[in-house]
Design a protein around this ligand. Structure first.
Ligand code: PLP
Length: 395
């Protein structure tokens, strides 16, 4: 065995010993509140998907995708800068620009790529990035790739202290709008103020709020009634939109720069054009989807209150993302397996995705769950965690 093979084996053993080895779990059905596990053909209640509005298997979105394939084929052929930018991409960008009332929008192949693209295009060795300690891996990786000086903050006070100390003229503040692992919202008003006060640019990754939050689904800014024309927004279609791909919105000049400098935009085959058709349909459903967001909110309240009544630690969740804090990686994996044995699928989230000692079941509700689904899930969670169901008071 050569040294690389040895280190692969060693690393796999270490991951297993630490309870951090990841495994794929195959499902046979489409995404939805009920899925079928391939291993044993059991039906599971799914409470960890980001398909927040239940659009991933929506007939109109599927039909739009098929129509797109008939019109434009499957592949985009190359990067949009190489073999031609196709009309559906530009139409979707125009619609996003209008939806967010910004000057321009640019599509990326995923939220991961969008964060790498925007951060590395804007930041370099002479830049200081102020990044929330809870930010997603794609933001962390973008910061590392950019070679900028990165300061992580966990409170507004520590952010302001760091901004005051900063001697760099180029400053970027990066935050998620709705934190993906904790389910709480960023203090966006205050962040906008600090960005203005200290001459920093603010990047808002609103992956988990766009579509799901705000009167028309515009996300955190709409929820807070903010008019923030200078904000740079990152959004993804893989969550509430139920499709795939992502975007950045902002000033025209920024988008012009991204087209020339964002490597995850330049050096990759463009999103299949049919996906733009599907996403245009999803956007229509998001805009007219007030009833879906109301159902999501009702479901969130029901789940969250049920867990709180049982004294389960859900941190400071304020949204459809409701973490159930377990503690150790091993224990959270064991709880996840025990839930699955009773027909409830909630993935354990372990370090390094979340801090050590705070491994959790990242529970999400969607608009597609029924009240009965939530009550069943609550019963199974309480039983598994050894909480008395009657005292816990599900109603
Ligand atoms: C905050 C945040 N940003 C970006 C992404 C990446 O988005 P995508 O799944 O489209 O790559 C995620 C995905 O989980 C996320 O949680």
């Amino acid at each position: 065995m050569n040294r690389i093979d040895e280190s692969i084996n060693e690393e796999l053993v270490r991951l297993k010993t630490d309870g951090l080895k990841r495994k794929l779990k195959n499902i046979k059905s489409a995404q939805g509140p009920h899925v079928c596990l391939e291993a044993d053909n059991t039906e599971q209640l799914l409470f960890c998907s980001n398909d927040y509005l239940g659009l991933a298997n929506h007939p109109a979105v599927k039909e739009a995708l098929c129509h797109g394939v008939k019109e434009c084929g499957v592949g985009a052929g190359a990067s949009r800068l190489v073999s031609g930018s196709m009309a559906p991409h530009s139409i979707l960008e125009e619609c996003l620009k209008d939806f967010f009332s910004t000057e321009a929008a640019l599509l990326f192949n995923s939220g991961y790529n969008a964060n790498l693209g925007i951060i590395t295009a804007l930041a370099g060795r002479g830049t200081e990035i102020f990044s929330d300690r809870s930010n997603h891996a794609s933001i962390i990786d973008g910061c590392i790739l950019s070679r900028a000086r990165v300061r992580r903050y966990s409170t507004l006070e520590s952010l302001e202290r760091k901004l005051k100390e900063s001697t760099n003229e180029k400053r970027l503040i990066i935050t998620e709008g709705l934190f993906s692992m904790d389910g709480n919202f960023a203090a966006l008003n205050e962040l906008i103020e600090l960005a203005r006060k200290y001459g920093a640019k603010l990047i808002l990754d609103d992956a988990h709020a766009i579509g799901a939050v705000g009167e028309y689904g515009r996300g955190t800014t709409e929820k807070l009634g903010l008019n923030a024309p200078d904000i740079i927004r990152v959004g993804t279609f893989g969550k509430a939109f139920g499709t795939f791909g992502a975007f950045v919105t902002g000033p025209k000049k920024l988008i012009e720069l991204l087209i020339s400098k964002a490597r995850p935009f330049i050096y990759t085959t463009a999103l299949p054009p049919a996906l733009a058709f599907a996403t245009l349909k999803a956007l229509e459903l998001v805009i007219s989807g007030k009833d879906l967001r109301e159902r999501l909110e009702t479901n969130r309240a029901h789940m969250s209150e049920g867990l709180k009544r049982a004294d389960i630690n859900t941190l400071h969740s304020e949204s459809h993302i409701i973490p159930i804090i377990i503690g150790s990686a091993e224990k959270s994996s064991a709880v996840s397996v025990a839930l699955e044995e009773q027909g409830l699928f909630i993935q354990a989230i372990r370090p390094p995705t979340v801090p050590k000692g705070s491994a959790r079941l990242r529970t999400t509700v969607t608009a597609a769950h029924t009240k009965a689904d939530i009550e069943d899930a609550l019963k199974i969670i309480k039983k598994t965690l050894g909480i008395d169901t009657i005292d816990g008071g599900i109603n």
